[in-house]
Design a protein around this ligand. Structure first.
Ligand SMILES: Nc1nc2c(c(=O)[nH]1)N[C@H]1C(S)=C(S)[C@@H](COP(=O)(O)O)O[C@H]1N2
Ligand SMILES: [Mo]
Length: 560
């Protein structure tokens, strides 16, 4: 290499961009391959993202849920995209030193994708293909691009005097940069009146611009066509239209009506019934499982006398019940909002298990979703008479896809991670000593009844309120034990009883309200609830890991 070529920043920039283009081609073609296979989880982006989720330590997952809540996956994909971009630019740069370094980089990329895809819980050998094919295409693209960038032995690097003179201050390298970096290319620019033949073939940077541009355009085309058609193919497996046409039967046992006062009417108050659109979402599914109810079956097996396999129609022929039940997530911090209250329609789970015949010694139901997620639930909780369901409907519609279409478990009183399996397809009757589920393998508790929780919703933290009468209100829950009292205090003053709103049963959250004669100044409001067993929330703060947070919620407000 001549000194001039080696020092031109343009060549480094071009090389980095070539790395980016090669990686884009790899990803696009891999996406197409995943689409042709009809297996979203084999796409390297999603396989690596899913592997990342599985390898995420508990503290980082708590951090992500705390800061990003239901947007954690978007944040992950953006982070992954940024990481891939940086790696691709580096691959481009090292390929300028030696092409083989770049090729090794792309092969390593592909290997990570293959390993991630093959270690998914539902992996099949074909899932290796998208990453492998993508990496090969990326390597071919990088080789082609590098040929254009590398000095061509037959084209002597003659300085393009005419052109650069026209640009005035341009150095040889800058002159090239203007053109190579402009994706339109000078030949497509109408204002460019320079005759074609006066355009130098080589700017002296060792770059055959025309060749790089054409190859680059081709590579971008492959990347875009692959990516778009792959996405379209994967989207064709989408079950939203099947869901839209599905009609669910009426419940044999309808829900008790929600008492008129259940909703505290106050601006800023949480709705008693959470709409499907506003319902929180927590799961490990980077690509939403698309489960067609016509293909869905539920297997009940393991320590049973008679293994059962039922279809969706079989399930709908059960005597369905409809119930208002509040779900909540173990990841809630004190005052958190990872909870929602919906009207669920579904088949009672206890009779299905009894029909299969639970063998003595079994103490766990290990439920599995179509994407291989596992959750463990204590059998005795399911059988103790509460409304444990295989739910198919949510607030009068089929379950939304994000909430488990076509069927999920719901068990009142247990945190979601030990009960609320979405896209459920398999129930294994087993023992806690034998089988471990996704979160319990990571140290979360086997037994996780929801801890009594109370929150001040109004006034909001750091609100400014006028001195005088101020409404203080919030939401409390202790599913299946019920909320019997909520107390609140100002600063460290006496605890006062709040008025409790009526509820349809023990399994939903409960709203509360009180009045405060607010004096000017900065004040801390605090609340605590007592459940149906007479136990009051402890002051002591503990984190969500391993079985749910404790502590009193407080908000600081300014009264003027
Ligand atoms: N298949 C599957 N089901 C799952 C999970 C999951 O990651 N995968 N997460 C559980 C957790 S931790 C919670 S809190 C609830 C949340 O249910 P939602 O997203 O419908 O609110 O689903 C549970 N069911
Ligand atoms: Mo959760």
């Amino acid at each position: 290499m001549t000194g001039k070529r080696a020092t031109g920043p343009l060549r480094w920039i071009t090389a980095a961009l070539c790395g980016l283009l090669a990686a884009a081609a790899a990803m696009g073609v891999a996406e197409l391959a995943a689409g042709l296979l009809g297996r979203a989880s084999s796409s390297p982006l999603f396989a690596v993202g899913a592997a990342f989720i599985d390898l995420t330590p508990v503290w980082l997952k708590d951090f992500a849920i705390r800061h990003f809540g239901s947007n954690d996956k978007t944040v992950l994909l953006i982070g992954l995209g940024a990481g891939i971009t940086v790696a691709a630019l580096v691959i481009g740069l090292v390929s300028k030193l030696r092409l083989v370094f770049g090729l090794i980089g792309l092969a390593a990329f592909g290997t990570v994708g293959v390993v991630a895809a093959l270690t998914r819980p539902v992996a099949e050998p074909v899932d290796a293909l998208p990453s492998a094919v993508g990496a090969l295409v990326g390597m071919a693209a990088l080789t082609l691009l590098a040929r254009g960038v590398r000095p061509s032995p037959i084209t002597p690097p003659e300085p393009a005097v005419t052109h650069q003179a026209a640009q005035g201050t341009a150095t040889p390298a800058d002159g090239g940069a203007t053109e190579v970096l402009d994706s339109d290319g000078p030949q497509h620019r109408p204002k460019d009146s320079r005759p074609k033949d006066s355009r130098p073939k080589d700017t002296g940077t060792g770059i055959d611009r025309r060749r790089v541009l054409l190859t680059g355009a081709g590579v971008i085309g492959v990347a875009a066509a692959g990516g778009v058609s792959g996405r379209v193919l994967l989207h064709s497996g989408d079950v939203s239209s099947v869901r839209a046409k599905l009609r669910l039967p009426q419940p044999a046992s309808p829900a008790r009506p929600v008492p008129p006062g259940a909703q505290v009417r106050l601006p800023g108050m949480t709705p008693f019934r959470t709409s499907n659109r506003d319902f929180y979402r927590v799961d490990t599914a980077l690509t939403l499982p698309q489960v067609d109810p016509r293909d869905w079956t539920l297997r009940i097996h393991g320590m049973v006398a008679r293994p059962v396999e039922m279809t969706f129609d079989d399930l709908l022929r059960e005597a369905l019940i409809e119930r208002d039940i509040t779900l909540s997530c173990v990841s809630n911090q004190v005052g958190g909002d990872l909870a929602g209250n919906a009207r669920w329609l579904g088949a009672p789970l206890a009779p299905l298990l009894r029909r299969a015949g639970i063998r003595t010694g079994a103490d766990q139901i290990l439920s599995r979703s179509s994407d291989g997620m596992t959750l463990s639930t204590p059998i005795e909780t399911i059988l103790d008479g509460r409304d444990a369901l295989i739910a198919v409907g949510m607030n009068g519609e089929p379950l939304p896809i994000v909430h488990g279409f076509p069927a999920r478990m719901v068990v009142p009183g247990l945190y979601g991670y030990v009960s609320a399996t979405k896209w459920v397809v398999d129930l294994k009757v087993t023992r806690f000593a034998t089988d471990h589920a996704y979160w319990t393998k990571r140290g979360y508790a086997d037994q996780a009844p929801i801890k009594t929780f109370s929150r001040i919703d109004v006034p909001k933290p750091l609100a400014n309120v006028k001195a005088g009468r101020v409404a203080v209100a919030g939401t409390a829950w202790a599913q299946h034990r019920g909320v019997d009292a909520v107390e609140w205090q100002v600063d460290d003053g006496p605890w006062r009883q709040a008025r409790l709103a009526p509820v349809p049963g023990l399994d939903t959250w409960r709203q509360w309200i009180s009045e405060w004669d607010a004096a000017p100044g900065s004040h801390t409001l605090r609340c605590r609830a007592t459940d149906g067993t007479g136990r009051t929330q402890p002051d002591h703060r503990t984190p969500p890991f391993p079985d749910g947070a404790t502590g009193w919620h407080s908000v600081v407000v300014t009264v003027t």
